[in-house]
Design a protein around this ligand. Structure first.
Ligand code: NAI
Length: 290
């Protein structure tokens, strides 16, 4: 049986994922603001340290996987802007940096990071905000969306999920992650009925925006459906899944972006290929190419 860390384990998709893993006989070390094995506030660096250390202690430094589901949705007030950056971005990156040796220690660990289809369906997300978050400058990221008034938090939310998705894709393929046997991927939900979405729907402005989104399958997704995907992405089936973004959104992304993807690799991607060390040239994965 395996040992998994799950952040956001007290509610919504994180809770449903933890329930499924426990039902399958695995050990889950849940992290959340309350009702969790490790109670920690991921919006502060001290809280992230508590979460990181608490999980390492509870797992004896060996993790078969991690699910990073804790997240904060768009909402009013400057404090919300701050927690979007802290929880959605650094609440993922800081924990994964701390847990990487424990994940590598088990030989074939899997990591699922919750992104969002807001990354590809929200217009006008400032590139500066994404760059600032990837450069660990949350204040600059917040400044770059202030201009958008009441839409600032929705844009910062999308920027936070773009940043964390890019961080995953950049790192997933590196020597430190893929080369160490860890498979890291993003699960990008559309509108899923959880307390986070309920909060959006309770604000008339946000509700109008959310309900106006085209969902070709109709309706909202259920937390359990997404948890099933998360569990699948932790299974052996994900051994060859690396740096992928799995969009589960009832078709919204395809509706808006049918012709944007797949697209040919840009020259910058080839330059990166020739400059970077390639994890698949390590002895562990040598000979596996198809
Ligand atoms: P939820 O609100 O049901 O669960 C989120 C959990 O994160 C809660 O248990 C909450 O206490 C925890 N959390 C929030 N701030 C925290 C903090 N400072 N420290 C520790 N824990 C904290 O939300 P849901 O919908 O299950 O969200 C899971 C993930 O999926 C999030 O990352 C969210 O951004 C993402 N997502 C959700 C969508 C939706 O429509 N529900 C759509 C796209 C992405």
């Amino acid at each position: 049986m395996s040992v998994y860390a799950v952040t956001g384990s007290a509610s919504g998709m994180g809770l449903e994922t933890a329930v499924r893993l426990r039902q399958a006989g695995h050990t889950v070390i849940g992290v959340d603001l309350d009702s969790a094995d490790i109670v920690a506030d991921l919006s502060t660096s001290a809280g992230r340290r508590t979460a990181a250390d608490g999980v390492l202690a509870a797992s004896d430094g060996r993790l078969n996987g991690a699910v990073l589901a804790a997240g904060v949705g768009p909402g009013p007030g400057p404090a919300r802007l701050r927690s979007i950056t802290q929880v959605n971005v650094f609440g993922v990156i800081d924990l994964l940096d701390a847990w990487r040796p424990a994940l590598a220690a088990t030989g074939s660990a899997k990591v699922v990071v919750f992104g969002s289809n807001s990354t590809t369906t929200t217009p006008l997300v400032p590139a500066r905000a994404v760059r600032a978050l990837l450069a660990s400058d949350p204040d600059k990221a917040i400044r770059s969306v202030r201009f958008f008034g009441k839409n600032a938090s929705a844009l910062l939310y999308a920027a936070s999920k773009i940043a964390v998705s890019r961080w995953v894709r950049r790192n997933a393929v590196s020597t430190e992650w893929a080369g160490a046997g860890v498979r890291m991927n993003v699960l990008a939900p559309g509108a899923i009925m959880t307390p986070l979405l309920e909060e959006q729907l309770s604000s008339p402005d946000r509700a109008r925006y959310v309900r106006s989104f085209p969902v070709p399958t109709g309706g909202f997704g259920a937390a359990g459906q997404l948890a099933d995907w998360a569990v699948f992405m932790l299974s052996d089936a994900a051994e060859f899944l690396c740096g992928s973004i799995v969009v589960v959104d009832g078709g919204t992304d395809a509706y808006f972006r049918a012709d944007d993807w797949p697209s040919p690799v840009p020259l910058s991607g080839l330059v990166r290929y020739f400059r970077r060390f390639r994890p698949w040239s390590t002895p562990r994965s040598a000979g596996g190419s198809g």
